[in-house]
Design a protein around this ligand. Structure first.
Ligand code: G
Ligand code: G
Ligand code: MN
Ligand code: NA
Length: 249
């Protein structure tokens, strides 16, 4: 297809960019790290969402090539930040089925010179479920090297609390579906409270995603949520704007 060909060319010509969205301490507002988000603005097709091209790359077998360039760019940007903030990077489910993923990620960090302790990988529950043995192996290898693992979009999809019992995660990211209703829907508030209590007991860090206004931030803070992310704190922006943001903070 035209889209597939355009994506191939974009990967080869290094045309896919990485943007960064801050993850902050809700107590102090200080930036603790950034999530890397792929952005593709094609000359002919215009802006194409990663929700479209990431699954296409997976399906056509070039997710490795795509992800390697994105991680390299993201890690290089992270090295230019004025402080040792963490870099959070999304892994796709296909990568968790490929036994070569851990060594390829560690090789990129080695080449760029980014300490593995500064990297966090965001994965979804569905991704771990799909090929459990390989995924567990990859996660164990990466954690052994100091990389941290976040459970993304928590509360949506094929959620399984059983996975949390295996202690393969360092952090949980509460899906924005709960955050956006936290002040209008009592059920969402109770669910968030329960997730925070559970994470405290399991010694997991927590990030609330998709915080869009002061009221949501204040409520999450009052409930004891340590970290937040969302348009209220900053939209994803390119590496130059990220540096400007950091120097202004
Ligand atoms: O940034 P945005 O909301 O448009 O992202 C849409 C989806 O694409 C999200 O689920 C996000 O996790 C995913 N995504 C964005 N960048 C990357 C990336 O570099 N790799 C992978 N695997 N997924 C990404
Ligand atoms: O699936 P994942 O959590 O990785 O998706 C991250 C996506 O969520 C990013 O593409 C980003 O553009 C989007 N996002 C980040 N903050 C907000 C927010 O405050 N509101 C909304 N609607 N989307 C957000
Ligand atoms: Mn994510
Ligand atoms: Na998410």
């Amino acid at each position: 297809t035209q889209l597939e060909q355009a994506l191939r060319n974009a990967i080869i010509s290094d045309a896919i960019d990485v943007h960064f969205q801050p993850i902050v301490s809700l107590a102090s507002g200080a930036v603790l790290g950034f999530e890397a988000l792929a952005r593709w603005n094609d000359a002919d097709l215009g802006f194409v969402s990663p929700a479209v091209f990431v699954p296409l790359a997976e399906e056509r077998g070039f997710i490795d090539a795509l992800s390697e360039t994105l991680l390299r760019k993201a890690a290089e940007a992270a090295l230019s930040w004025p402080r040792e903030l963490f870099l959070s990077f999304n892994l796709s489910s296909a990568q968790l089925m490929d036994p070569g993923t851990s060594s390829s990620i560690l090789a990129i960090l080695g080449r760029v010179g980014l300490d593995p302790h500064r990297l966090e990988l965001e994965i979804t529950e569905t991704a771990v479920m799909s090929s459990a043995e390989t995924a567990n192996r990859i996660i164990a290898d990466l954690r052994g090297a100091g990389v941290r693992i976040s459970l993304d979009d928590f509360g949506t999809g094929q959620s399984s609390l059983g996975r949390l019992r295996e202690f393969i995660f360092d952090k949980v990211k509460i899906d924005r579906a709960f955050v956006s209703r936290i002040n209008s829907d009592r059920a969402s508030e109770h669910i968030v409270k329960a997730v925070l209590a559970m994470c405290e007991g399991l010694d997991l860090e927590v990030v609330a995603e998709g915080i869009e206004d002061h009221a949501e931030a204040a409520k999450l803070k009052s409930l004891g949520c340590a970290m937040g992310q969302g348009y209220y704190y900053g939209k994803p922006v390119d590496s130059t704007a990220t540096l400007r943001y950091l120097h202004g903070n």
